[in-house]
Structure formats: C-alpha cells, structure tokens
Design a protein around this ligand. Structure first.
Ligand code: GLN
Length: 446
C-alpha cells in the first residue's frame, strides 16, 4: 500500500533523490518468507523507512543533494543503517535535502525542490524536507533525518509530523556526512510518537566508531509511551514567545500547553535571556565547522572533479566552484573568515562563549522544570521562492530550534493545530538524555 501511495504522490511532492520503492517491495516479499523462520521478530522487521540522503548507505548513492556527490556510492553503511539492517528494515529510498543540510526549505538542493504535501506551492521545510514530506504524504511510515540547527524539527512542523532530535551523543554520527560536527544529530521523523520511540530504540547507543557518542545505556523509549503527565513541570520561556511570531501559531501552542495543566502538569513561565543570541552564534559556529568539514571535497579523493584545468590549483578551485551551490559557498566563506587569524577571537571564540551561556540558561531552567514548551517555528510553511533570495530571512526560520543544538539537549516537534489548513508545530525540549520524558509528554497529544 505504501508503494501504491508512493507511485500516486511522489510525482507531486518529489521527496526522493533516489526512489527505491520497487526494490523495497521485492525486499518486503523476501522478508515475508524469512519471517516464518524467525523465532523472535525484531520490532522494525519489514518496516519501510526512508533515509535522508546525507546518511551513508552502502551501494546506494548518497548525494547530500550536491553536484559534488551526485554520483558518489559509499562503500560502507552509517552505524544507524547497520543497526536498522540488523533488525530487518526495508530502505524505500534516499530523500532530498538542502545541499549538505544547509538550509530550511529544501530549495538549496542542487537537484530540485520538494513540495509540502499539504500545499504543493509551499516548502516542506528543511533541511530534512524530503524525509518530512514523505512521511507527511503518508508514502512511508517513518524516515531518518539529521538536525544541526532544526533540520528535523522544522520540516516536521511544516509537514504535520513528529520529528525528534536526540541529545548530542545519543545516536552515532558515524556515516552521517558532516556539516557541523559539534551540532549534528540523526533522529527519526514519524507519523506517531510511538513510532519515534520505536526507532529510537533501534538507533540509540554508544558506537565505538563515533567518539562523541556517549557511553550511557539508552532506556526502553517505548516504556514512556502512555505514562501520564501528572506532576510534571513544564516551562514556558518568555524569549520564545516574542513579537514577530504569528498570533495563530502562538495561540495553538499555548492552547496545547494549557491542556497539560488539565492533566495535572504544572506550567511555569521562565526566562532564558541568552537564548536570543542563539541564531547569531549558530551562524558563526556552524559555518566555521562546515568550512573545515567541507575542505575534503577537493576533487582528488572522491566526488566531483572538474574536467578542464591546467594545474592542481585550478583543478581544486574549478572543482569547488562547479561542485558547490551558492549557499554552501556562502557558509564556507563565512566560516573561513570567522576562523582566520585576527577574526577568530572576535567571532569564533565569542560565539563559543555565547554557546556556553546558552547551555547554562538551559541547565538553570532545568533546575526548575522538567521540560520546556515552545513553538517549533515562528510561522507555518512559507511559499516556494518566498525567502530564497534573502538568506537572513531564511536563517530566522530556525530562531526557536538552534539553541537546542547549541546546548546539545533533545527536542521534539509534534503537530498541535492548524493555521489556514497548514500544520503548526509544538516543540518540547528536554534535559540531556531525557528523550523519554519528551516522548511521554508528546504522546499525551495523540
Ligand atoms: N536551517 C539551519 C541551517 O541552515 C539548520 C540546518 C540543519 O539543521 N541541518 O543551518
């Protein structure tokens, strides 16, 4: 049935860079036969899952929606893929993204723009727009995305689905093509909160191949599903309900939070004064790390290489000029500038200090409350083309999500209402390694 729906809707939304649905159907049939031989059936055995195209899949193109990696076929699987394979998942395809995950609308894909399943004239969000649109359109029940500054949660909000960014270090990044290594996390995009917990059970945990993954036994995330919210303290940070946020969005979010009070949760207003600098600091730190991470695309080892050059120097510059799109180049320039001697202290170091203050804001808040509730985005999905020529406007759509990555804490976006027929997202933010409580509260809304 997912294959039928894919064939009907995929031509309208364009969520896949590589659509493997036919192969997936064959694989699912093989799995049906295997099923009879199994004494114990793994939780996601036979489950179709779409994977963002910056997560390495052995033998299947992993393009990062970039000309640079257009024909790149990784010789290895990301650790999350190894884990899902062990449990017998079925890969339905690789989903579109903003080039190297830099963007908020999927319009920065070098190939094509994905459409929002609720309104084909609107963006699905980004950068995991392909994954969120596929789940939102119901052509697949679950997908993986990556989130550096909001790229799971913002598209989940725009497409009316559930998107979880785990605590930094909860899920292995091995095989995730690096954008900003100190911020990147892989997480699930699903239709239900329970499915989010199910996938977390599969992908979470220490991985010897990623030294930043944390050696801490993950709980059974499913055990939080259905627990009541009585006695929990929910914080409403005033800095996340500022002017400029759409009134209907604000109303929907506050109404959803007030519902928790009826179930015996306590809602308290708090202040997190340094979170308002998160966007500025993020757009120094993320490009700085990106400029370093993307230095590897030099036309020598793998990926695109310019065909016409007179010496090595020209080969490098032509390769990078032709292989990268405008936004990626902008980030490399911003990052290289902030890291250069003479500017490092004024920009990069300063941004790192702000990052520490943001982290401390979160830790102080969590002395008073169990979780925080905010809007995921200041408004619903915008029109294709509306912000593409104004990078600053585009960057502002991440205003409520980036501080979560800066602090390394977990965040989830769940649907909480509509504005003019378009979904609104509620963001819940948790203590480090407490994805469980997020899932518990999020599930209350289903
Ligand atoms: N939109 C943000 C950016 O462009 C976040 C992207 C992400 O989380 N990968 O950097």
């Amino acid at each position: 049935s997912f294959a039928e729906r894919t064939n009907a809707l995929e031509p309208k939304i364009n969520s896949y860079v590589t659509n493997l649905i036919d192969r997936a159907v064959e694989e699912a049939k093989e799995k049906d036969n295997e099923l009879l031989k199994l004494s114990e059936i793994p939780d996601i055995f036979g489950l179709p899952v779409a994977v963002k195209d910056n997560i390495s899949t052995r033998g299947v193109k992993t393009t990062c929606s970039s000309r640079m990696l257009e024909n790149y076929i990784p010789p290895f699987d990301a650790s999350v893929i190894v884990k899902m394979k062990e449990q017998g998942y079925v890969l339905t395809g690789k989903t579109n993204l903003d080039e190297f995950a830099m963007g908020s609308s999927t319009e920065n894909s070098a190939f094509f723009t994905t459409k929002n399943p609720w309104d084909y004239e609107r963006v699905p969000g980004g950068s995991s727009g392909g994954s969120a649109a596929a789940v939102g359109a119901g052509i697949v029940p679950a997908a993986l995305g990556s989130d550096t500054g909001g790229s799971i949660r913002q598209p989940a909000a725009f497409c009316g689905v559930v998107g979880l960014k785990p605590t930094y270090g909860r899920v292995s990044r091995y095989g995730l093509v690096a954008f900003a290594s100190s911020l990147d996390q892989i997480g699930p995009i699903t239709r239900t909160v329970e499915d989010s917990a199910l996938l977390m059970n599969v992908i979470a945990g220490k991985d010897p191949k990623d030294s930043t993954s944390v050696d801490r036994e993950p709980p059974d995330f499913l055990s939080y599903i259905g627990k009541d919210v009585k006695g929990l303290k929910i914080g409403l940070p005033e800095e996340f309900f500022i002017e400029g946020i759409d009134p209907t969005v604000k109303e929907a979010v506050l109404k959803a939070v007030r519902q928790l009070e009826k179930e015996g949760a306590e809602v308290v207003e708090i202040s997190m004064p340094t979170t308002k600098y998160a966007i500025e600091a993020y757009y120094i730190i993320a490009p700085s790390e990106a400029s370093s991470n993307l230095a590897r695309y030099d036309g020598v080892r793998y990926g695109y290489r310019a065909s016409d050059y007179k010496d090595l120097e020209e080969m490098y510059s032509k390769t990078r000029d032709e292989g990268f799109g405008a936004e990626v180049k902008r980030r490399i320039m911003l990052g290289t500038y902030s890291l250069s001697s003479g500017y490092y202290d004024a920009y990069y170091l300063k941004a790192q200090k702000v990052r520490t203050l943001i982290y401390q804001d979160f830790m102080k808040a969590f002395e008073k409350v169990d979780i925080l509730a905010t809007p995921t985005t200041p408004d619903v999905a915008f029109k294709i083309g509306e912000k593409v020529s104004d990078p600053l406007q585009m960057y502002l759509s991440d205003i409520f999500t980036v501080s979560v990555n800066m602090a390394g804490v977990p965040g989830i976006s769940i649907p909480c209402g509509f504005k003019d027929g378009l979904p609104v997202g509620l963001q819940l933010i948790g203590k480090p390694f407490d994805e469980g409580t997020l899932l518990q509260v999020a599930h209350y809304y289903e």
